[in-house]
Design a protein around this ligand. Sequence first.
Ligand SMILES: Cc1cc2nc3c(=O)[nH]c(=O)nc-3n(C[C@H](O)[C@H](O)[C@H](O)COP(=O)(O)O)c2cc1C
Ligand SMILES: [Mn+2]
Length: 477
Amino acid sequence: MAARDLREWIALLEREGELRRIAAEVDPHLEITEIVDRVVREGGPALLFERPKGSQHALLINQFGTERRMCLAFGVQKLDDIAARLSEVLEMQPPEGIAAKVRGLKTLKSIADSRPDTVKKGPSQEIVLRGDDVDLGLLPVQTCWPGDAAPFITLPAVITHDPRNGTRNVGMYRMQVLGKNTTAMHWQIHKDGRADYLFSDGKLEVAVALGLDPITAYTASAPLPKHIDELMLAGFLRGKPVELVKGVSVDIEVPAHAEIVLEGYVERGDLTEEGPFGDHTGYYTAAEPFPVFHVTAMTMRRDAIYPSIVVGKPPQEDAWLGKATERIFLPAVKVTVPEIVDYDLPVAGAFHNLVIVSIRKSFPGQALKVMHAIWGLGMLSLTKGIVVVDEHVDVHDYAQVMFYVGANVDPKRDVVLSEGPLDHLDHAPAVQFVGGKIGIDATAKLPEEGGREWPEEIEMSAEVKALVDRRWAEYGL
Ligand SMILES: Cc1cc2nc3c(=O)[nH]c(=O)nc-3n(C[C@H](O)[C@H](O)[C@H](O)COP(=O)(O)O)c2cc1C
Ligand SMILES: [Mn+2]
């Protein structure tokens, strides 16, 4: 059963030996980062800092830092099992026979039950601070890296509504603390929250939830199309709806079981210099103007636990949020580009720098088709480099991929240079936001593509393999 809130999740982590409590006083200014950096790299546990210096609130970090914890969060054995449930929905066909109809109805019901539920009261509003009482200084917000401009809230679920049609959006966008009741709102240009802000006619209400059950927190980072509510996906993946209550100062429903909620607004033209911030690119992103978020109310549970995450040179904790997205979105990618067998976004490539994709190739030029499809597909369109391999290649085995890139590629023929939009944070292109793309076609070439006959790959025969299996003990190896 999916955790209802952060506390059930912490209890589960503790039962599973996946959480360590730190009783010593530790400084959220840099010190926590250095501790977490070491623990993450060793595949260590989630950490609950019970006494962050200068705050009454405990700080949870590294909740997502390993594949095992990610699977625990979703209640699955492996991340691909989540994708399997989504495939069921995406690949629904008119059912034939009673059994298929019943299965179909169950699938439809699971979609119908995904919508959030509105409830009257929620623990996220046990404590209500308004006006002058709002004080972000109460929270143990981390200054992650020495060059960071200020403390940054790093694991928020930012909720807005599209002013045109009211559809909800939830996104994870870091928030630089500017003062006791203001932060910056780091909506990059390709993001849905930014679009809601630009569609507003001046003022946009915003609510920020901190400290959620892990599935709902994850969905804030999921690259869904603009019109799809992330809380629907959360409800679907949790197998039960997210519960919401009315905000106390804004016309936005907020998670009833959050640890902390910040309510407020942004206004057109009210900008601040945001950054620098040590980012998941492995570099500091330079200061740029972003909207100011004014906090009109801060609500909390009693003894609220503050959630945080550190990003930086990969690998960091966010690697597993990214891998979850890679696995969960594969079925949706395949709906649009059906020849795709599998793909891998290497953690070291910070997710937007490189995609390795395997395809079932049946016509000349198909690898190029797939590259261009990826460069046109949602957030994958920001991908800088794409390597295409044949279906039998394991895209997660980088040595194998490198072998085919070396063996199958004539750089003159098989390297495509293109152009397109790039990640907001990419510092490499000469102009921000647009630049070059590289595609490498490492598939075996068809006669129409290569001109020459493609040689056969070396492989031992099945009979000899079976023989050696049978006789293995005799060899004394
Ligand atoms: C830890 C973490 C921090 C992130 N910080 C930002 C950020 O500051 N700004 C941003 O635009 N996206 C950030 N992202 C990526 C967005 O959360 C992601 O693109 C998400 O899909 C945005 O939601 P949207 O598609 O509804 O806009 C972050 C992701 C993670 C996992
Ligand atoms: Mn969205």
